[in-house]
Design a protein around this ligand. Sequence first.
Ligand SMILES: Nc1ncnc2c1ncn2[C@@H]1O[C@H](COP(=O)(O)OP(=O)(O)OP(=O)(O)O)[C@@H](O)[C@H]1O
Ligand SMILES: [Mg+2]
Length: 247
Amino acid sequence: MGQALLQTIDLKLSFGAVVVADNINFSLQQGERLAVIGQNGAGKTTFINICTGLIRPQSGKVLFDGNEITGLAPRVIVKRGMARSFQLPQLFLEHTVRDCVRLAAAGRIGRLGLWNSLAQSVSNAEIDHVLEMVGLSARADELSELLPEGHRKLLDIAMALVLKPKLLVLDEPTSGVSTDEKHGLMATIMAALDEQKITAIFVEHDVDIVTRYATRVAAWISGRVAADGTPTEVLNDPEIRKNVIGE
Ligand SMILES: Nc1ncnc2c1ncn2[C@@H]1O[C@H](COP(=O)(O)OP(=O)(O)OP(=O)(O)O)[C@@H](O)[C@H]1O
Ligand SMILES: [Mg+2]
């Protein structure tokens, strides 16, 4: 195995008496499609927030591409090559789909206060390509607040893809979307990741989706990684079946 793309060392964080990161030692290799599973409140989003710089751990380190990134600002971590999407899409609701992607791309180049001028420096071709990858070309000129939930999810992901990440972390990309739509949504996302050769972590509650799209699964219980292995190994682990999948 080569150098890990993402590695955490002894990550610890509590909110009051609740331990949300309980000594997390974890590493991810380039090219993996890792599903993170775990019940509500297990600490999945917190783990993502620590890795992407939104929350500082009380102790421990995060390394990305061999360099320590613990405590760096989210914007700086994006520049290093890690982007994310959110459990609840974070869009510029009063803007069109195209402008949401343009504004997100501007964040890649410059500082917030310069967005308006910098927004002009991202090519239309680049934006069109990202929208095409997520299947939103036909809705490019619609206001993002008018999109149905599945399309909002895809737009949030397009806004991460335009940042040209090496690693994309997707927090529940299929939540809020009907069961029928989930597979189509994931197929679209995975095709975009394949095309851009992006490594990915995705938080997911649906076992069918995990089985179909993950190359590896990590199961969180109360802030610790309780199991980590192939989908078959983890999804058949008795502790995981009982305490995570709920059988
Ligand atoms: N900023 C915060 N302050 C206090 N407690 C928090 C904060 N953020 C999260 N928590 C608590 O930490 C625990 C872990 O939350 P987290 O959002 O990481 O869970 P999760 O595994 O993503 O759950 P879900 O599946 O519901 O999204 C929960 O008990 C949550 O209430
Ligand atoms: Mg969460």
